[in-house]
Every structure is written in C-alpha cells, then in structure tokens.
Design a protein around this ligand. Structure first.
Ligand code: SF4
Length: 1003
C-alpha cells in the first residue's frame, strides 16, 4: 500500500498555534491556556521541538480547569469546606432517599416509580451548575426556545434550593460560585475559548486585573484581544481556512484496516508512535474493543488517554464482582468473576478453584436472578462434598460472610473495616501487582473522603447503602494508568481536540459523533435541548482537531448501523476521498486466514505476533519444506526466521535443549511421552484411546489432542442433556437389575450371578411397568442429582414423559431379545485391550453385551479384563451379542463399513467387538439401536452386507490399520497437526478454540 502524500505526517512547527506559542515564549508573564490539560501538555512537549529550546516552563501551559482554580477568590470563611465529588454524590443519594419517601420532583424523577440509583451521579455532576441551569431553563422558556414546562423549571429550582440548603446547613461552599480575581502580573492567551465551559467574552473586562486574549481556529482574523495586551495584538491572524480531508469507507472494518495499515507503515519507516494520534467519538466498550482488536492484528500499541474509572482497576472490579456474586447467590459466572486472577491474588487459591470446579460439576447455574435459590443449591451441594474437603464449606461460609459484610455495611467507617477484613482474611496482599496496590490505595482514599464527609454531615446521610455509594464513586472517578510513550494515543473527541500529534486520525466522524463531546464541553443538563450554538461549537471542535495534520474518516456501516458523514464536512466543503475496498490492505489476520485456506505456510504474514506465528507455523505439516527450506537456503534472508527464533514454542511438548538452540534448524519433534502427563491420555504408560477419540485422531489430530484437555468438551455440551443421558442409563441398570433378580428362578450353585433380561412387556401389565419405571426414575433422579447437581431437578423432572417412553421401548426390545434366545446380559460393560507393541491402550464401555448361556456369561465376568488376544475356542453357537444404544441417530452404514480405500469412519462397535474378542468372547452379532426410531441397525451378524462374523473381516482390518497409523502419528510427534475438512469440522465441538476457525471467524 502506498502512503498518499495526504497522509504523510505534518509539521507541528508550521501550525498557527505554534506561531502563537513561539511568539509568546519569551514573555514570562504570558500563560497559554488550552481547553484541556491534555492539549496543554501536548503543546508544551511539541514546543520543545519547534522552538528549538531545551526546556519550557510547563506552568505556563494550562488547561481551562486549572486556570479556573488559579483565578478563583478565597472562600468567604476558613471554616467552610470546599464541596467535592464525594460531598455532591452524598447530597444526591440523600436527595434520592428523600424522594423515595416524599416525592418533590415531577419531571426529573417519575413520582410513581422508585428513583433509579444511577440518577445520583447525574445529579452530583450537575450540582455545581444547578443555579445556572435553573436560570438558563427559565430564560430559554421565556425566550421561547424551550416549550413551556413549569414542572421542569420547578424541578431545577427545587434542586438548586435543595443543594443550596445542603451547602449552608453543613458549612460547605461550592468553588464554582466563587468570584474571580485577576493577577496583574499575568496575561492569558486562550486557545479555542468556545470549547471552555463557562467562558464569556466579557470576562476580560468584568474581572479587574484580568488580561485575556483569545484565539479561535478556522476563521481568518479570529484573533481577538480582550483586555489590555498590546503586545499580543500584534500576533497574526488565525489559520487560513483550510478544507478538511475526509476519507469515506464502506465499513468500520475497512476504516480501521486502512488507518492501521497507514500507521503500521509509518512506524515501520521509523516514526515514533507518540507522533500519531487517534480520536474516537467516545471510548465506549464496544468501539474500543473493535479498535483494540484491529490494532492488535496490526501489531500496533495503543494507549487510551481518556483516563480509566477506578471501578475498572483490579480492586474496583473485584468489588463489582463481590456485588454481583452476592446478587446472584454465587452463581458460576459470579464465582469466575470473583476469582479472576487478574483482579487479586487469593490466599486459598485451591479452595477458589475447588468452588468453581464444584459449581461446574454440580451444575450451579451460570447465571441466577434468584440469589436465595442459588444459595439453597450451594448448601445442598456442599453437603454432598463435605466428606471430601471439610475446609471447603468453611471457606465458602467465610467468603459469603465477608462479601455480605461489605455489602451490608451501614456506614463508611464500617465499610472501611469490612474492606480491610476482607483483604486480610481472603486476599494475599504480598502477591498484589504494584498497579493493584496503587489503585487499592486510591480506593481507600475515596473511602476515607466519604467517611470524613459522613462525620461532617453528622449522620444525616439516612438510609444510604455505603457499598453502593462507594461503587458509584469508583465508577466515575478516573485515574491515569501508567503512560507508555511508545504507544499511539487514543482520545475521546472532547480530549482529542487541539492535539499536537504530527498525524491525527479522527475516526467515525458521523452525524452523531460530536454530540457526546459537545454536551460535555458545554456542560448542558440532559433535560435541556442542545445548545443553540451547537453547530458553531461542533465546527470549532472539528476545526480544533485539524490544527496540524488531520485525516477525518467516516464509515457508512458503523457499529450502530448505517450512518452519514457529519454536516461539518459540507459546511467546510471538505475534500472527500472514497477509499475503495481494493485499496485497503489485508490485515495480517486476513492474510493468515488465506494462508490457512490454501494451507500454504510461506503465505503467512511476518507481522503476526511471534507466539501466534509459532503456533500457526507449527500447525502446517509442510512447515519444514515451506518455511525453513533446504539447509543451503536456510542461511538466506527469510525475515520470518528471526521472529521464529524469538518466539516460544508450546512448552509442554518440546525438549528444552532444542528450544534453546540459537541456530535455526528443523523444528524439534513433539515428545509423545509427555502426552502421558495429560490424565485423559495416560493408561499406565500407554496412550489411552477409545473408539471416539481414535476417530478424531484419524480425522484431525488437533481435535483429538483437545479432547484430552479436561472439561473442554463437557463444557460445550448441555449439562441437562448429559445428565438426562446418565439418568437414563441409571434407570435401565436399575430396572434390569431389579427385575432380572425378581424374574429369575432361584439360582443354584454355579449359576451366573449376572442379570437376566426381564420380560416385562409380556408378563406384566402396562400399568405395573409404568409404576416400576416411575420408581426407577425416582431412584435414578436422586442419584443423578447428587452426582450432577440439584439445579437440574426441574429439567430432569420435566423430561420424565420422554424418558418413560424411551425406557419402555428399550424394555420391549430387551424382551424380544430374550424370545430370540439371548439369555444373560450385561449392562455398561467396561472393556479394554492393551496394545503394548503400538504403545496404545484401547478402552471403552459397551452399553449391552448379551450372552447365549450362563457359562459364557460367568466366564465373561471373571475374565473380561484379560488382554490376551487369543481366542479360547468357544463352543459352536456360543458367543455374545453387542448392542450400543443411540438416543437419536445411529451411524450410517457407510460410516462403519469400509469404503473403497478400505477405511472406516465409525469405530465404536468394531472396537468393542475387538476388545471382547481379545478377551476370548466371540461376538456373533452387533447392532446399533436407536431409541428414538425404535429399531436396530445391524453392523454384522445379520442383514445382507455382513451376514455373519467372518464377513466383517474388512472392517476388522480397517480398525487394525487405524490403530497402527494412530500409533505412528503419536510416536512421530505429529499429534498437533490441524487437518481441517468438512467431515471433521462440521460437528467438531472445539471449533471455538481451533486456530483455523478462530482465525477465520474473527477476520
Ligand atoms: S475445527 Fe476442524 S480443524 Fe479445528 S480441531 Fe476441529 S476438526 Fe480440527
């Protein structure tokens, strides 16, 4: 991508603001005032460059708020205390509490509804300007610019009077109401005064000793000297009227890719990131998430300069998590938030993890709107676990009590004690990060300030909830995270004005984009319509952004839908350039996706973060050939080589020696023996496989590997459906065991201890069978709930009619088997077969194994675990029948029978049969049986295709071949390969964590 000349960085020193500053730098009495301290600081820093000085007097670069502080006269009495955000917030909460009992407001708070607590901050912010707001509303109503609305006027007058009484009663003064005083030694040059709330042109003449000059961008001859400043009057005019540059895009994604593509190129050419700036309409969560994602993709460092709320600091988020956990009765989500290691270090970390584990295991709801219900689940659940970990229930009780103590504190003093106790008892302060400690100190400072106001207000704070007030306070108190000079600054519009950056992208400049900034800059109460001069204010805002080199951008398809460019660009006859999709560079992620699609390692973008690059490269099977090339060419200049050397391979599967090798060389093989560190793969030194995972390994090894990561697949499945399945299994076992023993004639010595299928359908009336099913359901339900959690009771109970129907069908089928001569059977038979030569152990659990005679069943019970593959030679006609129940669909024939290449896709019955036969029990017939369809699907032993056991030989061969291939793949360390295919991916439960899909879906 070419960087157009239009987008090249500009020169700060040639801007009109620089001219003003340079001309005034030698005058020590001249103070440069900017709308914000951020813009003041950025021009102070830039002036070192363009003035050629080694230092400038920083005190002479002030933001408007700082100037106001220096101009205000002293308070009328030293006993009075200055109002601050804490006192205003307490006033607002007291007012809301009062309104609940005795409504006085008609429009601002609906008298028929409970006032929302969120209103408190709005009232607190409006408090300093309530008098002006009330007067302004009355004036607007009088001059006809606002419709007649007596209630609104009354509301503001009531608020102003109420706040005034609050100030008087408690000896507080509002600094915004103090008169101004000038300093004859100083003169002030105000840049863009229209953007300074409360500025009035007559200030210079109305305040004795105050000398002010103003400068506005965008209008020739705009410099206007107010007061006495003859030297300043000699400054030249404002900037010539320049036409702003507006780039239009079809979508926000295009806009971000284009802008970040340009930034990336400039940084690669050596421009420091601090010379670039971005402005967004506001730093809302959605927009910043999109921007951050795109910047990450381009490897660009960003720093958001809008300040961060203390509630976003680690301890602030922890307090929010406490409130949420209590509000949901410690739901699973609540616990995960609370124990997030990014927030704080917990002393009893194992107990925290155990609680999350128990919540998952017993299906404590992910989210709950009924805390009492969730707490009742916890008391039952922890009762179930009490035998295993005595200290866990006591930890949970301490946690609950500490959280409740925070939330239930009746005063800020009590809250402070409760917060100290919470930290001392549960958190490990020594392991806090510096950042966490600093923000914790800030939070305690806020709490102390609230406490001191509470003392001053002498208990007049009524029924306030201190925890809620503190959280509201933290949500609006900003702090500055540590600055990174090596990052591109991102501002909200109201702070990005007058930036001294050499290239400034103003993003998302749609028709609505300026409203938040204008409202903040004019500090108009929400209820009053936008200021009359909104258009002028917006023009000054955008003009002030266009001082050095600014590129405005607008996308038709924004996050909120279709939008149009701001009318400012029409008013200023902007130069507009539509950027076609074709000229937008592919993001590194998009390039990666293409590389995946083509499975071409060399097409990978070099700009991917090194860890990602490692992971991706490792997944291409032609890595060595494609990227490393031949040994001769390896010394050559592949730019990716350096990155690869710097990146870390996944730690578990590489040996340290080759990882530390400084010489680039062939990638080290994955270590198969380390697979056994993962419990799901370890079968006493052999790699454990089951029919399902064998299928995964054949199709996509990465999917197989992920199937061994604990909880990954289970989390994806619906717990109610899993519990329903295990409940049905329990019921079947219960029914068959109970009825089997009941129906069997008294056993003689040597008879089989195994079960006999019942003949319920023929011998018993339907109603008695239903009664039995109901009893079985009750027993199994109890067992399932104590195993999977009491939260599933409702789901399982409501599934009863469906379960009853399914069980009835199974029992009917069992009856028909008996009539066919299959006598003794076993349910959920655990099978295994060790293959030491292959380094594998095949395991599984067959739903049903049915035997012809009592003797063979007895043998099966005693020697099923034997791994000897030789057949003991069964009597003719003796053997077993294998059934696997499927809730819905049975595998199709083409899945379990060999295809032209001699392969199969479904290994289940085939592997069960192999394991049974390896233990010496010939399998004569095998079926899948669909409960839903109520019919068997013959695998072998009947039907046309595989009428007997011998005809199943091709499939036995296919199983053997698959096991040998699996063994080779594991031994050769090729078990992390990603092999996407329609067949493998269409029902893959780990798509969300698979890089190929992750990558494709995000781009
Ligand atoms: S989504 Fe496809 S490529 Fe990814 S792990 Fe699953 S089967 Fe393999």
């Amino acid at each position: 991508m070419k960087i157009l000349k239009e987008h090249a960085p500009g020169e700060t020193g040639t801007s009109p603001v620089a001219a003003k500053i340079t001309a005034g730098l030698d005058d020590p009495g001249l103070v440069f005032v900017f709308p914000t301290q951020i813009s003041a600081d950025s021009w102070a820093k830039a002036s070192l460059d363009f003035s050629g000085r080694s230092c400038v007097d920083l005190d002479r670069f002030l933001g408007w708020d700082s100037l106001l502080r220096t101009l205000r006269a002293n308070p009328p009495s030293p006993e009075l205390r200055e109002a601050d955000v804490q006192s205003r917030l307490l006033w607002a909460y007291c007012l809301i509490e009062e309104e609940k009992k005795n409504p006085s407001l008609g429009r601002l708070i609906n008298p028929s509804q409970t006032p929302p607590s969120g209103l408190a901050w709005g009232l607190a912010s409006a408090a300093p300007s309530l008098f002006e707001a009330a007067a302004s509303i009355r004036a607007k109503v009088n001059d006809g610019s606002l419709p007649e609305d007596q209630e609104l006027i009354q509301d503001y007058e009531f608020l102003a009077a109420n706040y005034d009484a609050f100030l008087r009663n408690h000896g507080i003064y509002e600094p915004a109401r103090l008169p101004w005083r000038g300093d004859p030694e100083k003169r002030y040059l105000l840049f863009c005064p229209s953007l300074m709330p409360g500025f009035r042109p007559e200030l210079g003449s109305s305040v004795p000793g105050l000398s002010i000059e103003t400068w506005e961008p965008g209008t020739p001859g705009s410099a206007a000297a107010i007061g006495i400043s003859p030297s300043l009057a000699s400054f030249g005019d404002g900037p010539s009227v320049r036409k702003p540059l507006l780039l239009s895009f079809s979508s926000l994604r295009d806009e971000l890719d284009y802008v970040f593509g340009v930034c990336r190129r400039l940084l690669d050419q050596g421009l420091p990131p601090s010379e670039l700036a971005l402005s967004l309409p506001s730093l809302g969560a959605d927009l910043t998430a999109h921007v951050s994602r795109a910047a990450r993709s381009w490897g660009l460092p960003l720093q958001y300069r809008g300040g961060r709320a203390l509630s976003d600091s680690p301890i602030g988020r922890l307090l929010e998590a406490v409130a949420r956990a209590l509000g949901e009765g410690f739901s699973l989500r609540g616990l995960k938030n609370l124990f997030d290691p990014g927030l704080a270090a917990w002393k009893e970390r194992e107990h925290c993890l155990s609680l999350i584990g128990i919540a998952k295991r017993y299906n404590i709801p992910e989210f709950s709107a009924d805390p009492d219900y969730t707490m009742s689940l916890w008391s039952k659940t922890l009762g179930l676990e009490s035998g295993q970990a005595e200290s866990l229930p006591s930890f949970f009780q301490r946690l609950r009590k500490s959280c409740a103590a925070l939330s239930g504190s009746r005063s800020f003093a009590a809250l402070e004690i409760a917060l100290h106790a919470f930290i001392d008892d549960l958190l490990d302060e020594k392991r806090f990060q510096v950042y966490g400690t600093l923000t914790l100190e800030r939070i305690f400072e806020e709490l102390s300030a609230l406490k001191s106001w509470e003392i001053r207000l002498a208990g007049k704070t009524g029924a306030l909830k201190p925890f809620e007030v503190l959280r509201a306070m933290l949500a609006h108190r900003l702090y500055s995270p540590a600055d990174s000079a090596q990052a591109i600054s991102v501002y909200p519009y109201h702070l990005g004005l007058m930036s001294a950056a050499r290239l400034h992208f103003v993003l998302e400049a749609s028709v609505e984009s300026s409203s938040a900034a204008v409202r903040l800059l004019s500090r108009v109460p929400q209820e009053i319509s936008p200021p009359k001069d909104e258009a002028t204010l917006t023009d000054v805002l955008f003009d002030s952004m266009d001082l050095v080199k600014t590129v405005f951008c607008h996308a038709e398809q924004s996050l909120d839908g279709y939008s149009i460019a701001h009318p400012y660009f029409f008013r200023r006859s902007a130069r507009r350039m539509a950027i076609e999709t074709i000229s937008i560079p592919d993001s590194p992620e998009a390039v990666e996706t293409n590389a995946w699609e083509e499975l071409r390692a060399p097409a990978l973008p070099a700009k991917l973060p090194s860890l990602s690059l490692e992971a991706v490269q490792g997944s291409f099977k032609d890595l060595k050939r494609g990227l490393l090339g031949s040994p001769e060419s390896r010394g050559a200049q592949d730019p990716r080589e350096n990155q690869r050397r710097g990146g870390l391979p996944p730690p578990l599967f590489f040996d340290a020696e080759s990882r530390l090798s400084p010489v680039p060389g062939p990638r080290p093989a994955l270590r198969a023996d380390r697979l056994l560190r993962i419990k799901a793969f370890d079968a006493a030194g052999l790699v454990k496989l089951n029919p399902r995972t064998l299928g995964y390994l054949a199709l996509c090894p990465f999917r197989w590997f992920l199937s061994g990561i604990p909880g990954l697949e289970a989390e994806i499945a619906d717990p109610a459906i899993l519990a329903e399945g295990s409940l049905m299994h329990d019921m079947i076992r219960f029914l068959l065991e109970a009825d089997g023993s009941e129906l069997l004639p008294a056993s003689g010595p040597g008879d089989s201890p195994s079960y006999e299928p019942p003949s319920l359908s023929s011998d018993r009336s339907r109603s008695s069978r239903e009664e039995k099913i109901k009893n079985a359901f009750r027993n199994a339900l109890q067992k399932t709930l104590s195993r999977s959690g009491y939260s599933l009771r409702l789901a399982l109970e409501s599934a009863y009619p469906k379960i009853q129907d399914r069980i009835g069908r199974i029992l009917d089928y069992e009856g028909s088997l008996r009539e066919e001569g299959w006598l003794r059977s076993d349910f959920e038979r655990v099978l295994s077969m060790e293959l030491p030569d292959l380094g594998l152990a095949l395991e599984g659990r067959a739903d049903r194994v049915v035997f012809r005679t009592a003797r063979i069943a007895l043998d099966a019970d005693s020697s099923m675990q034997a791994s000897d593959a030789s057949s003991p030679g069964s009597p003719p006609g003796e053997g077993c029948l294998l059934i696997d129940y499927k809730r819905k669909r049975c595998p199709a024939k083409k899945e379990f029978l060999t295809d032209e290449s001699g392969r199969i896709q479904d290994f289940q019955i085939n592997a069960y049969a192999a394991m049974l036969e390896s233990a010496g029990f010939p399998v004569l017939q095998a079926f899948y049986w669909s409960i839903e369809d109520n019919k068997p699907v013959a695998v072998f032993g009947s039907g046309k295709q595989r009428p007997d056991r011998a005809s199943f030989e091709p499939e036995r061969g296919a199983l053997g071949k698959a096991l040998i291939e699996a063994s080779e793949r594991i031994r050769e360390g090729r078990f992390l390969e990603i092999k996407p295919s329609k067949q493998a991916c269409s029902n893959c439960p780990v798509r969300a964590v698979c890089r190929i899909h992750f990558s494709a879906e995000r781009s």
